[in-house]
Ligand binder design. Structure first.
Ligand SMILES: [Zn+2]
Ligand SMILES: [Zn+2]
Length: 340
């Protein structure tokens, strides 16, 4: 038996309907206007952490991604899985991303390259996305182009050339020669933003590089994946901000022991292998000290500390090694360096 709806509920629903519609419309307008394009006009060298996690799943952290915005350019260092969503939700002008710089080809650094390429085109990017990186970059870009070829075709056919120009779709690989020794390879110099690439130490993974950005007297260095690297310290000399990866060997070691106790030998082996080609938080701090960096930002956190106690453990030894400012990175964090 169905009960009749009380009259006052019907009246209230009818009265509320126009108000509800207005609320929904306002929300839609707000969403359409939320993008903050003013970051492209700023005179500052700006950094946004678009992924501070690792290959380990984490609801609060995307995998590797650091955005640098300066001189009207919007550049990503790596595009790890989940990072595109972080950028989009940060209300950044994602249709203006004009370059991605790859540090190496581990999946946690390239997994969202297809999304970065496609979604920035949908958001209005006017030319193919430039993807810079060491030898091997062209193969990665070609692979994503193949995987997304049907998608490009659908969108052009569905919305028309005017709205979705095929000429702006996809990415173009700009493979750079590996720097000789401690030297740095120029990546580009545009509108006052100078980018260079240098070798880091992620053995047995080769090539592996980091990037330095100089703009208006300020500088930012992004390490990529590396164990403690003297060449990184040399190339980070005097930087304002060093965004450095960090893996806590003690915490990962405990995870390996726990896996072994549970009979998960394969998991224990994998966990035991990874500390060898990453830097500990204290080692990242030593690099920051040796390079004379003003501010160290830790990213690519393994394991990502979930609470204040774990954050304390993660940073143990850092203050002894380095007396500059230290920030444990979180997705969406922003840093702004005014011109000097
Ligand atoms: Zn890696
Ligand atoms: Zn990684």
């Amino acid at each position: 038996m169905t009960r009749p709806v009380p009259l006052f509920v019907l009246v209230a629903a009818l009265a509320a309907a126009p108000g509800c519609e207005r609320l929904v419309e306002r929300q839609i307008e707000h969403n359409l206007q939320r993008v903050d394009a003013s970051v492209l006009e700023s005179p500052d060298l700006q950094v946004v952490l678009c992924g501070t996690g690792s290959p380990l799943p984490d609801a609060a952290r995307a995998a590797s991604c650091t955005a640098v915005i300066a001189g009207g350019h919007f550049v990503l260092v790596d595009a790890g899985p989940g990072s595109w969503e972080v950028l989009d939700l940060a209300n950044l002008p994602i249709g203006r991303v004009d370059a991605v710089l790859l540090t190496h080809f581990h999946s946690d650094h390239i997994g969202d390259l297809g999304e970065a390429t496609t979604q920035s085109w949908i958001a209005g990017r006017a030319a193919p996305l430039e993807v810079f990186g060491p030898p091997g970059t062209a193969r990665v870009v070609a692979g994503f182009a193949e995987a997304y070829a049907a998608d490009v075709g659908y969108r052009v056919a569905h919305h028309g050339e005017q709205a979705m120009p095929r000429a702006a779709a996809g990415a173009v690989a700009r493979e750079l020669p590996m720097p000789a020794g401690a030297a740095a390879t120029p990546v580009f110099e545009r509108d006052g933003l100078r980018v260079t690439m240098f070798v880091v130490d992620h053995e047995p993974v080769k090539p592996a590089v980091g990037y330095r950005f100089d703009f208006a007297g300020r500088s930012v260095v992004v390490s990529g994946d590396t164990r403690k690297s003297a060449n990184l310290a040399a190339n980070a000399r005097g930087a304002d901000l060093l965004v450095h990866e960090a893996l806590h060997p003690g915490m990962v070691g405990r995870a390996a022991e726990a896996a072994r106790r549970l009979g998960l030998e394969r998991v224990a082996k994998l966990a035991g292998d990874i500390p060898g080609y990453h830097a500990s938080p204290a080692e990242a701090a030593e690099v920051a000290r040796e390079a004379g960096v003003a501010h160290l930002v830790l990213t690519h956190l393994v394991p990502a500390p979930p609470n204040a106690l774990a954050r304390r453990m993660f940073l143990a030894g850092v203050a002894d090694a380095y007396d500059g400012e230290v920030t444990l990175g979180e997705d969406g964090m922003r840093f702004s360096l005014p011109p000097r």
